[in-house]
Write a protein that binds this ligand. Structure first.
Ligand code: ZN
Length: 254
């Protein structure tokens, strides 16, 4: 994001026809008499030049009638960075979680997490609804969303078991990052599994809180694997290639 904000500076220089040798050069060689804001680079343009053009497109919504929507109307890398931070996390998350493989109830639940809408004990205590906020699963720390889904000893055990059964290696840091601003940059491959894991950890937590029953992490992992297997079976296209069949068998036919 910060890189994009720095490249944006070049976009701004080109738009403002800044008095620089480089800007004169790109106008002369690439843009010529065309409008910079409508110019499309040719396929044989250099990678760096296409990146600048792509950044221009990404920042187009922040630029109207020769003015940037950042403070003071002029381009600053900091202003751009702040704008990007406010614009993109949501879009990026949307892309990661709304994919055809995701299970609808998990998507809805993940949205609740992203909007900080779960009634964790830390939140209930803040609202004066309960007296203490200790985690229902591990009883070691305050029950916040971040604790529950990434730092809690019990949820770590659940995810370790899911990793083992699905032959995956979702690092713990990923889960922690997944809930933070920075982590939203990560790729979305294991997202389906993470969403299923979080959904069932919440179920586990509710069972512990409301019924006083703490199920073993293996039981939660079984629920997650079962749901993922059903989803994959429902969406998978047959016949599978030998490679895909092996992938499937390694995970679900043990
Ligand atoms: Zn805990």
């Amino acid at each position: 994001m910060w890189n994009k904000a720095l490249v944006g500076k070049l976009v701004d220089w080109i738009a403002a026809k800044k008095d620089s040798l480089w800007v004169k050069w790109v106008h002369q060689i690439y843009i010529r008499d065309k409008n910079w804001h409508e110019y499309t680079p040719s396929n044989d343009s250099s990678w760096a030049w296409r990146k600048i053009c792509k950044t221009r497109d990404d920042l187009a919504a922040a630029y109207t009638n020769g003015k940037w929507c950042f403070e003071g109307g002029v381009y600053t890398a900091k202003g751009c960075y702040m704008w990007l931070r406010g614009q993109h996390p949501r879009a990026r998350w949307a892309k990661m979680i709304w994919n055809p493989w995701s299970i609808p109830k998990h998507i809805i639940f993940t949205w609740l997490i992203l909007n900080d809408s779960l009634n964790t004990k830390a939140k209930l205590k803040r609202l004066g609804i309960c007296d203490e906020a200790v985690c229902c699963l591990c009883a070691q720390d305050e029950e916040t969303q971040l604790h529950l889904f990434s730092r809690c000893t019990i949820s770590k055990m659940v995810f370790a078991e899911i990793n083992k059964r699905l032959n995956l290696n979702i690092p713990r840091e990923y889960l922690e990052l997944g809930l933070s601003e920075e982590g939203r940059r990560c790729g979305g491959d294991p997202m389906m599994v993470i969403m299923a894991g979080m959904y069932h950890i919440w179920y586990l937590r509710n069972k512990a809180r409301l019924e006083g029953i703490l199920e073993r992490p293996e039981i939660t992992a079984t629920r997650v694997v079962k749901e993922i297997r059903s989803r994959i079976q429902a969406r998978i296209k047959f016949p599978l290639t030998i490679k895909d069949q092996k992938w499937y068998d390694d995970r679900f036919l043990q």
